[in-house]
Design a protein around this ligand. Structure first.
Ligand code: IPM
Ligand code: MG
Length: 356
């Protein structure tokens, strides 16, 4: 098949992990006889440096007209001034919003040979296999008003947590459909004991659940969910939650897999291209050293093959290869134990490419 893929390396380790995923993708294309074309564009801090804005019209329209987008990471200390008008993260948020990718899927399934890399006891990790469905284009990330203003005797800053029933409904449907193809359980995470938006969330999810009698629904408060993720992570199947709760809980959940460098994500809407990115950030502390773990991005690319290009066999081939390379004991620095030798990004990528 033919596909037009936009690569957005972004900042920090972004270019390193995108370079790695592109090499694996090229190996997939060669093996399965696909014609993929690639266009690279700026986003985030590098776009601010070049154009004064984190997302140009040119980058956005290239994304909008593509079949799928693979993104590295945005941000870094250079652009972290809290009073700055333009921030790298604005580019990513504008892209998600502009593309309408309201559902962000973040699968969490520790590799059996990486249990020692997690701070949890191995028996706690037994059977852990869940997906977080994070609402991605609403909630406190986008709510209005947002402002900073002078008040008598000080300064006030405001963010707004806002959800409409429509925003909740569409992401809930996606979560229930996903659960049907899995173990048939949705855990909806909110803060309904305090927040009005969470009470609407809970009510709407309950209404949607009536259309899926074969799927079991449980509601969990977000503070308790944070605890259960450590205490009994294997009890989750599909975790459905709002934008900011999902952001926080998926960093926590990534630790179950041994490193947040392993975790991929897919951001999907209704039609239009999907956006695929690892959940980790730009990791400025290791950027430019060639030691970043490329697995989160390579697995995001596998999700792209599955969800945007409908190439299930190819997606599985990539996932199986990553599994095999980890089973053979190969580790990047973030995963290696004290006694183990760590591979750099290029060495890890070459092993995966060779086995595709
Ligand atoms: C993520 C990241 C982003 C988010 C940042 C970079 C804006 O933390 O994808 O989890 O908060 O959504
Ligand atoms: Mg995050």
């Amino acid at each position: 098949m033919k596909a037009n893929i936009v690569l957005l390396p972004g900042d920090g380790i972004g270019p390193e992990v995108i370079g790695a995923a592109r090499m694996v993708l090229e190996a997939v294309a060669a093996k399965y006889d696909h014609q993929f074309t690639y266009a690279e564009h700026l986003i985030g801090g590098c776009s601010i440096d070049a154009h004064g804005t984190a997302l140009t019209d040119e980058t956005f329209s290239a994304c909008e007209n593509s079949d799928a987008i693979l993104l590295g990471a945005v941000g870094g200390p250079k652009w972290d001034d809290p009073t700055a008008e333009v921030r790298p993260e604005q580019g990513l948020l504008a892209l998600r919003k502009g593309l309408g990718t309201f559902a962000n899927l973040r699968p969490v399934k520790p590799h059996p040979d990486l249990l020692d890399a997690s701070p949890l006891r191995p028996e706690r990790l037994d059977g852990v296999d869940f997906v977080v469905v994070r609402e991605l284009t609403g909630g406190i990330y986008f709510g209005e008003p947002r402002a900073r203003k002078s008040i008598a005797g000080g300064v006030q800053a405001i963010d707004t947590m806002s959800y409409t029933d429509g925003e909740i409904r569409r992401v809930a449907h996606l979560a229930f459909k996903l659960a049907r193809g899995r173990r048939g359980k949705v855990n909806s995470v909110d803060k309904a004991n305090v927040l009005e938006s969470s009470r609407l969330w809970r009510q709407t999810v309950t209404e949607v659940a009536a259309e899926y009698p074969d799927v079991e629904l449980e509601h969990t408060l977000v503070d308790a969910a944070a605890m259960y993720l450590i205490q009994r992570p294997a009890s989750f199947d599909v975790m459905l939650t709002a934008n900011m709760f999902g952001d926080i809980l998926t960093d926590e959940a990534s630790v179950l897999t041994g490193s947040m460098g392993n975790l991929p994500s897919a951001s999907l809407g209704e039609g239009g291209p999907g956006l695929y990115e690892p959940i980790h950030g730009s990791a400025p502390d290791i950027a430019g050293q060639g030691v970043a773990n490329p697995i989160g991005t390579i697995l995001s690319m596998a999700m792209m093959l599955r969800y945007s290009l409908q190439l299930e066999d190819e997606a599985q081939a990539v996932e199986n290869t990553v599994d095999a390379v980890l089973s053979a004991g190969h580790r990047t620095k973030d995963l290696a134990g004290v006694e183990e030798t760590a591979l750099n990004t290029e060495e890890m990528t070459e092993l995966i490419v060779d086995q595709i």
